[in-house]
Design a protein. Structure first.
Length: 577
């Protein structure tokens, strides 16, 4: 009766106190476990993960007492084995079904001439001595190797020299921080006074005298690149082929590096700015040579089966066509020069280039999905591409997606291209069918996301606007070809024709029809001697030669200016009065 009660620390826990103690211990252990896992995988620990692990550990402890009975243990073991067997069978069935469906589809289309391998779409090698890409000035762009921490460039001096060849090296000031170049799609022309504002005081370029004209100021500034452009011009004449050494075998395909694209577009911009200034100064022969060099730059990436290469090709060609517009508006090009340009433009088939790029996009897309499939449970389909310096991606979480589902996504992606993106263009007939692609796009958007199509839909959406951009640029090429013929007619007769029919066959072999509706291109003159030439555009409606504008503003160098909506209005080639 007189015994002293034991200390609170020595009393056995019972009832709610015991339960709370166990829960506290489980919470501590689970937090430590999740924290250690997050540190190992470089992932952040969340409260949901801690709660999940705590519940799992609690359920496991509650089952320990029940499992101590041998009969119960055998029953539980049998159930676990059955579940594992069912899961394994389900995986095996899904893997076989997906692989069989993909291989059957692939064999059927390969029998019709389609190719799905990356090696089948990669362009063949060309001799180094005939390869424009191996010009000493351009070669450092691909002279690199992958190291443990990223890329290692072998010729850093050559690469730095190549990167300094640019018409728009910023002076670092906010005022006149970019060149106010004209826009093909907006129908505007270069602002040479703004050019002068960019180059004056810009320490990256030589400075002309205070009394120099705008054209002289520009040409003096860009004269520092005369040796490099001479080297490239000689290389273009002596190296007729071009094949940049792109590592098409790279895995994953999304990690393929394309360091030459920015240089190609930058060099095209340089020739455009120089040619515009030369046209203004009355030096049409030099401007014509710079324009041809710019066209050679854009041609250098035509045989690359990657969508981004095709889009850069279109952007570079748009710059070249803007150079042509600058020459036409000044009436600075001769009959011989116009005939040569017209002959060159008539050979371009951007619609065929689009189909080649989309077949390449299909091949690289399916190869990327197959790469992730081969990585197994450690692969993350949303994060399997390394960073821009070539380092590997972060450690992915556990992925329980069966390999057969990747095959099903490869099948879905290929069907989307075969059913929509490819038939939207008929390169042989020189036609584009917006309704084919738009109907397919709407059908894809209405399809519920599922394990067989989710990844395919995401990859397919990345190239959604490629057909619109390709169609529009093909239309501009056709319009430019007719514009050359119109200028030749004006030079010969002293005036523009009343209708396009008057151009053939003297000034053009055949006037191309509108790629959208197959009808003749629309054309009308204005009282001041100008004209408006246009295609009805993606909306297939004749809007009277009016460009379609977006409610959004432009980005990049045209920031805060109205943006063009390529799916609205007409695609217009306009010459001012």
């Amino acid at each position: 009766m007189d015994q002293t009660p034991p200390s609170i620390w020595k009393r056995p826990l019972r009832g709610p106190a015991k339960l709370l103690a166990w829960l506290a211990l489980l919470a501590c252990v689970s937090f430590v476990a999740v924290f250690c896992f997050g540190s190992f995988t470089d992932r952040k620990t969340t409260i949901a993960e801690v709660v999940l692990v705590t519940c799992a550990m609690g359920a496991g402890l509650l089952c320990v007492r029940w499992l101590r009975c041998w009969r119960n243990f055998r029953r539980a073991l049998f159930v676990v084995v059955c579940l594992i067997t069912l899961i394994a069978l389900a995986y095996a069935e899904e893997n076989w079904r997906g692989k069989h469906a993909w291989q059957s589809y692939r064999r059927a289309w390969e029998a019709k001439g389609e190719r799905f391998d990356v090696t089948a779409v990669a362009p063949p090698r060309v001799p180094d001595e005939k390869n424009f890409a191996f010009t000493p000035l351009l070669k450092p762009a691909f002279d690199f190797a992958r190291g443990p921490t990223g890329l290692v460039w072998h010729d850093t001096n050559g690469l730095a020299r190549l990167e300094r060849i640019s018409a728009d090296l910023s002076s670092g000031s906010d005022r006149n921080s970019h060149l106010a170049r004209g826009s093909l799609e907006k129908g505007t022309f270069a602002d040479l006074k703004a050019y002068v504002g960019f180059y004056r005081g810009n320490t990256n370029y030589p400075q002309a005298g205070a009394s120099a004209t705008p054209a002289e100021t520009i040409l003096v500034a860009l004269g520092k690149f005369d040796p490099e452009l001479k080297e490239l011009r000689e290389a273009a004449a002596s190296r007729p082929a071009c094949r940049f050494p792109i590592h098409y075998e790279e895995e994953p395909p999304g990690g393929i590096l394309l360091p030459h694209l920015a240089r190609i577009k930058g060099l095209t911009t340089l020739t455009h700015v120089r040619a515009t200034a030369e046209l203004e100064a009355g030096r049409s022969a030099e401007a014509f040579e710079d324009l041809k060099l710019g066209l050679r730059f854009s041609d250098s990436i035509t045989n690359e089966p990657l969508l981004i290469d095709h889009l850069v090709r279109l952007a570079s060609l748009a710059i070249d066509l803007q150079t042509l517009r600058e020459g036409l508006v000044r009436h600075a090009l001769t009959e011989t020069q116009l005939a040569e340009l017209e002959s060159y433009l008539s050979t371009l088939s951007l619609l065929a280039e689009y189909q080649f790029a989309m077949r390449g996009e299909r091949a690289f897309g399916t190869a990327g999905l197959d790469f992730v499939r081969r990585q197994g449970f450690r692969a993350d389909p949303m994060d399997f591409i390394g960073d821009e310096n070539g380092a590997s991606a972060s450690t992915p979480p556990l992925n329980a997606m069966p390999g057969g589902w990747y095959y099903q996504n490869m099948l879905t992606l290929s069907r989307l291209h075969q059913d929509f993106s490819l038939p939207a263009v008929d390169a042989q007939a020189h036609r584009v069918f917006p309704e084919v692609y738009e109907n397919g796009r709407l059908a894809v958007g209405k399809t519920p996301n599922g394990p067989f199509n989710l990844l395919a839909k995401m990859i397919f959406a990345a190239g959604e606007k490629a057909v619109v951009k390709s169609a529009r640029m093909q239309a501009y090429v056709d319009l430019a070809c007719v514009a050359c013929a119109l200028e030749r007619c004006r030079l010969a007769n002293g005036k523009l024709p009343d209708a396009l029919d008057a151009l053939a066959p003297r000034f053009i072999a055949t006037v191309p029809n509108d790629i959208i509706d197959g009808k003749p291109l629309r054309y009308r003159t204005s009282p001041g001697g100008g004209y408006r030439l246009y295609s009805v555009g993606w909306n297939q409606t004749d809007d009277g030669g009016e460009t379609g504008w977006s409610k959004k503003l432009s980005s990049g160098r045209d920031e805060n200016e109205p943006a063009v909506d390529a799916t609205k209005g007409d695609w217009v080639w306009g010459m001012t009065d």
